[in-house]
Design a protein around this ligand. Structure first.
Ligand SMILES: *Cc1c(COP(=O)(O)O)cnc(C)c1O
Length: 369
């Protein structure tokens, strides 16, 4: 370690207090919302826990959609607060269907809150967000969306889709710091958050955040803000804005398309069809009889990132990561080469040259458009 000089990380000046509000406004612009945006000084899981804990009360009934461990936790936090939770669990490793959501909403007319994850990096699926939030709006149900992984990778339009509460994190598709996150809150959501059972004097309290930051003119954040994280967020936003959020989404879509075409050329079976696939990671079934952990450890070259999928029903799936800065041609190629090489080691005859050509073609035809 002695050859490393990290001293520039020490003695960091305070983050200028007039810039917190600006950061919230810049995040609101990425989320396409006029709603209030709170800055949370912790990773996104804590922001999700804060939302569930702040909403939960005994007289509330929620439809919680589960397509990964994150959704399961959200339901548990709601229950902990006394909420009556109807968990709607998707087929293992698959997106939820609009029909299943409609059925539950019709069956439980007293449901007041609906929660779901937009895109999953755990299994590489995309939930039909627009249709689901349209249903919830028709029923007057408050929509809560975990867009932590999807922001920057998929289109997210909080106001157009009337998403009452959206939670985001900068560290996935936006390739920013992991130690903070943000929550957008609509007027309707504030009304629902303002109840007798709401936590106060708590890091999980959204009402505390409102009183101590929004209502005091959005100066310095309550508590002790971690300056490194906020400087890093600012740098990440500079980069995202220079590229544009729409281009970031296109870059993720292109990486996913190139990855999926190349995998097909390799003769590897994709886990979900295009319309159900996230642009963040691509999940495939193991095409050979091999321990998944062995294959994952063998599918490694410089610049590649292949890992085991996460969550129920994903035991035979591996993920090729093309999120954030990885949504570019070089990392996509590295993944394909790493996987092809490891599979050949196990007797899977694949045409890696053809797969590389497919990636090249996908990128060059996109460049011509
Ligand atoms: C990564 C992720 C989270 C949690 O973010 P952390 O920063 O790891 O706390 C929550 N939801 C989804 C969908 C994610 O992909």
């Amino acid at each position: 370690m002695s050859d490393r000089n990290w001293s520039h990380l020490l003695d960091v000046p305070a983050f200028p207090q007039e810039r917190y509000a600006k950061l919230a406004d810049r995040l609101a612009a990425l989320m396409k919302t006029q709603n209030d945006v709170l800055l949370i000084q912790a990773e996104a899981v804590l922001a999700l826990e804060a939302v569930a804990t702040s909403l939960a009360q005994p007289r509330l009934k929620a439809l919680n959609i589960i397509t990964s461990p994150y959704g399961a936790w959200f339901g548990d936090w709601l229950k902990r607060g006394g909420c009556e939770v109807v968990n709607l669990v998707a087929e293992a490793g698959r997106p939820i269907t609009v029909d299943a959501v409609r059925r539950e909403l019709n069956q439980h007319p007293d449901i007041a809150v609906l929660s779901l994850v937009h895109a999953e990096s755990a299994s590489g699926i995309l939930n039909p967000l627009e249709e689901i939030v349209r249903l919830s709006r028709e029923k007057g149900v408050l929509a809560v969306v975990d867009a932590v992984a999807s922001i920057g990778g998929h289109s997210l339009d909080v106001d157009k889709d009337h998403i009452d509460i959206a939670v985001i994190g900068p560290q996935k598709s936006l390739a920013g710091p992991v130690g903070l996150s943000a929550i957008s809150v609509s007027k309707r959501a504030w009304a629902m958050l303002n109840h007798g059972n709401a936590p106060r004097g708590s890091m999980l309290s959204l009402l505390d955040q409102k009183e101590q930051w929004l209502d005091t003119g959005r100066g310095i954040l309550p508590g002790t803000p971690a300056p490194l994280e906020f400087f890093a967020l600012e740098a990440a936003l500079d980069r995202v804005e220079a590229e544009s959020i729409d281009f970031s989404q296109k870059r993720h879509r292109l990486a996913a398309t190139a990855t999926r075409r190349a995998l097909t050329a390799l003769g590897v079976e994709l886990w979900v069809p295009d319309e159900e696939a996230s642009a963040l990671v691509t999940a495939v079934k193991l095409p050979v009889a091999v321990q998944r952990a062995d294959l994952v450890s063998q599918a490694k070259i410089d610049g590649s990132d292949i890992s085991a999928a996460v969550g129920p029903g994903t035991d035979y799936l591996i993920r090729l990561n093309h999120t954030g800065l990885r949504a570019n041609k070089e990392p996509v190629l590295a993944n394909i080469k790493a996987l092809a090489h490891a599979l050949r080691h196990h007797g899977h005859s694949n045409k890696v040259d053809k797969a590389i050509e497919v990636v090249d073609e996908t990128y060059s035809s996109a460049a011509k458009q």
